[in-house]
Design a protein around this ligand. Structure first.
Ligand code: FAD
Length: 290
């Protein structure tokens, strides 16, 4: 195994100082991606900065219309937050089926985003929420849509010396419903063969807004724009949902790998899309009746 120096950041300023003086240093949060990456020899850095004690990066704030999530929030925090279950249920569902309880207790949402895996479970729900991310350095901050932050498998938009400091999501309107479904090869500790999230806003039986995102079927998780555009302004009936699910292939570029062939992924994507849209529609209807 490669050796490296390890520094523990005491607070956000200390972290930014270390990173600014050593732009090649790599931050580590829960270390659940870090350890396999070091073992595989893919991690080349000489300096690792443990950010897990930077309390300024650990928050889950709910306001009237937004949720702000600190990068050190763990999947266990997401899974057990009562407010998150009320306002962003799809993100909570994604957290609850990620890995196993031990990993969920350590793994952070910031690490999940920065690893930029095509199969990352937090990405489809955050994409349908049109989440933004904030990146900080010692000299200031910048924000961008999450969609622009995830560039390619394992590649994100962080510049050397930058830290992901916040994820911001708008709370969906009250006539909305959302959901997340994951298909793996087993029930627990399963990387997604396909994962899917949907958000539907309905008005008088008509789909006002539709957002659908799929993971593990393209180099980065994708929004299924063809299906979304097709469903906007239409009623949520069998015929329209079947037609929408058949359109998702326009947005996918699946590959063959150990977890499944591209053809299998395309088929599962269609089935999961249909199911997650139905789930979101059902929840939107329950919201209307509440
Ligand atoms: C057994 C096992 C099962 C798993 N199952 C799943 C699964 O089902 N679904 C899934 O999505 N993932 C899964 N993972 C992957 C992993 O657990 C997640 O990606 C996790 O969220 C990573 O978070 P972390 O805090 O451990 O990241 P770390 O390992 O600490 O860091 C990961 C990367 O992010 C960078 N980073 C972390 N925080 C920041 C920050 N604030 N700013 C800048 N860069 C940062 C690090 O430099 C590193 O490049 C699994 C991993 C294991 C080992």
């Amino acid at each position: 195994m490669k050796t490296f120096d390890l520094v523990t950041a005491r607070n956000q300023h200390h972290l930014l100082e270390i990173i600014s003086n050593n732009p090649a240093a790599r931050p580590v949060a829960g270390a659940t991606d870090f350890i396999p990456t070091v073992r595989s020899g893919r991690w080349k850095t000489k300096l690792v900065v443990d950010i897990s004690r930077v309390e300024e990066l650990r928050f889950l704030r709910f306001s009237d219309n937004t949720v702000e999530i600190g990068p050190l929030i763990s999947f266990k925090d997401l899974e057990t937050s009562k407010e998150l279950g009320i306002f962003l249920p799809a993100l909570q569902e994604a957290a609850a089926c990620m890995a196993d309880p031990l990993i969920r207790a350590r793994a952070t949402i910031g690490g999940n985003l920065c690893t930029a895996s095509p199969a990352a479970d937090s990405l489809p729900p955050l994409l349908v929420l049109d989440a933004d991310v904030t990146l900080i350095t010692l000299n200031g901050e910048r924000s961008m849509p999450l969609q622009d932050f995830i560039l390619a498998p394992g590649q994100n938009a962080l510049n050397p010396g930058e830290i992901l400091s916040k994820i911001i999501c708008k709370i969906p309107n009250s006539n909305s419903g959302m959901g997340f479904i994951k298909q793996g090869l087993r029930r627990s500790i399963a990387v997604a063969v396909v994962n899917a999230a949907a958000l539907i806003e309905q008005e008088n039986g008509v789909i006002k807004d539709c957002r659908l995102a799929l993971g593990a079927v393209s180099p980065t998780p994708v929004r299924c724009c063809h299906a979304e555009n097709f469903l906007r302004g239409k009623s949520a009936d069998e015929v329209n949902l079947t037609a929408a699910a058949s359109l998702i292939k326009e947005d996918l570029k699946p590959i063959d790998d150990v977890r499944g062939s591209a053809a299998y992924r395309r088929r599962i994507s269609e089935i999961l899309s249909r199911r997650v849209l139905e789930l979101a529609i059902k929840r939107a209807e329950e919201e209307k009746d509440a």
